[in-house]
Write a protein that binds this ligand. Sequence first.
Ligand code: ADP
Ligand code: MG
Length: 704
Amino acid sequence: MLALPPIPKAECLRPEVLFPLFAPVTSLPGVGPRLGVLIERLVGPAIVDLLWHLPNGLVDRSFMPKIREAPAGVIATLRVRVDAHLAGQGNRPTRVRCSDETGFMHLVYFHAKGDFLTKLLPVGAERLVSGRIEHFNNEIQISHPDYIVAPEEAGQLKAIEPVYGLTAGVTPRVMQKAIAAALSRIRALPEWLDAGLQKREGWVAWHEALRRIHAPESEADLALDTTFRLRLAYDELLANQLAIALVRANTRRLPGRALIGDKRLRRRVEDALPFRLTGSQLQALAEIEGDMASPQRMLRLLQGDVGSGKTVVALLAMLAAVECGAQAALLAPTEILCRQHAATIARLAAPAGVEVLVLTGREKGRSRAEILRKLASGEATIVIGTHALLQEDVAFADLGLAVIDEQHRFGVEQRMAMSAKGKAVDILVMTATPIPRTLMLTNYGDLDASVLREKPVGRLPIVTRSIPIARLEEVVAAIRRALDGGAKVYWICPLVEESEKFDLADAEARYAQLKEVFGSRVGLVHGRMKGPEKDRVMAAFANGGLDLLVATTVVEVGVDVPAATVMVIEHAERFGLAQLHQLRGRVGRGERPSSCLLLYAPPLGETATARLTIMRESEDGFRIAEEDLRLRGAGEVLGTRQSGMPELRLADLAAHAELLQIARDDARLILSRDPELQSPRGKALRVLLYLFQRDAAVRYLRSG
Ligand code: ADP
Ligand code: MG
């Protein structure tokens, strides 16, 4: 959702039929402020968020054995008479003795307070009790039964109940009640589905599908492919695709500008390059230059695997803008990356005589003021910066192109803020990790994309091995041989910050240890170091005295030291696939063969095993991205949690990829026939957009 601006609450014109669903969860009976906070943290603030919290299991209470036949370990419901209360002494629990015609059992309560139990279980009364049967000292018991109800209230006890994801302080019962209350708020909504599609798929109405999904009758009802789940997933995907299509249609309506340079700067830089551009790079450039030259506003994604050479493509695009008298900015997510881009780009751009400015949080006072002056006056044409570029007082004389590196690190607002710094800014976003096709569609729709599939010639494969940490000594010996052979080595440790909480290798401890072995050739860089200190270490590793760099994941994205040929990743089992791929991508950048050692602490879980296997088998970022999507949720792959992109709550991209295609075609057809969503179905679709909080898209309708 590249160009979706956040909109102020006041402008939100949510249809009235949806008001009850967007009331706060605390408006439900039984949900007070304290519980409200817990639920909000788990699912979200509104009643509709509770509705999207789908069951992940079920409890079957329909088994009703007699006491003597009740087997240990199963959930059962028994009809019993209460015989006596046996108060617990000291730490011992209170036990309530009950019986039926086959024998007796105990209901066991720890820390029972007051007359709670005598009220719930009066002696002589009949009760239905439901819970997990235990056998203890040859006696049958249930500890803290889930339900105790009088026979005349048997209706309260559902034979099958859904199980929900919980959080500390929210019990299963409380969650079930909250969701049942939320369900009672739903009303029939106007049907937004295409009648033909609905008929073909046999989909029930929205409210009915929602009711069904929260009332599973068997395990099969929990599957991703029940008709009611499919319908709900489709609704979400349709809202998503429609919103993207609306945003795109609107972007196309915005006035752009044609940036057609005379190539004088690009030619000088290209002629001085120490390598020849790959076919992929040339093609991507042609596509980008084509977009920039058109009077429409560019919004293009440049996808390239690690090391595919995006930076030089970005530079040449920026120079095209500069040739037209406009300015160009490159936004990078971290200080290290920003410095490095600046160094590379300044070097490459030198033949063109173009000055490259850097603006990060580190530029302060006089030097910052001077940079701002140069940007505002147009004296400087290229700037590379971090979030510091987005500050309000950073103004451009004429910003023509903004390049956003590692786009998933930035939120929608930040992209909008960048684009607001010029009149008709062309935008090029770059990703270092290829995005699987399904994710492309759900997050960007049919966004124009250029792909760098080809890697620069002469790259050798990276030999990847996984090794248990117990063989650390062998690894150190291998590193010694590599260092003696003139290699440069990264040694990645998990985050310093987490080391207190978890038993993670501490970068500092590892640094101290390796320093004892290898002396002053060892350096350390981590996220808590001050900027200049980080730079000094990185520079020493790139050009001089340091050959072994112990680092946290601050080197993850983009860092480019072509002489580095060995990557050691400690606790590799704790990293995600994309991260491992990014880290490994720091080597294999020069002409010398490289290797990657994935150190892990056994035992490995299933997912971790799968990840390490894929890493050993493949270097293809596109394949790794697909596997990553399979192993993790979509939100994590794209980092949508940080970037504020809406997450999919009902659709599962692996299971519902086919629905996604249908939704895309559906959305296109809808907008081609009814671009302003004015028909009866169009109006229902507006409700759908609001329901899934794609409100911003609705604003693009002329009469929204
Ligand atoms: P990424 O796509 O990961 O950002 P970079 O832009 O950092 O990749 O490029 C990786 C390395 O490859 C850099 O050292 C860069 O100078 C080099 N490079 C870029 N294009 C080519 C090419 N066509 N031939 C050889 N080396 C190249
Ligand atoms: Mg890069």
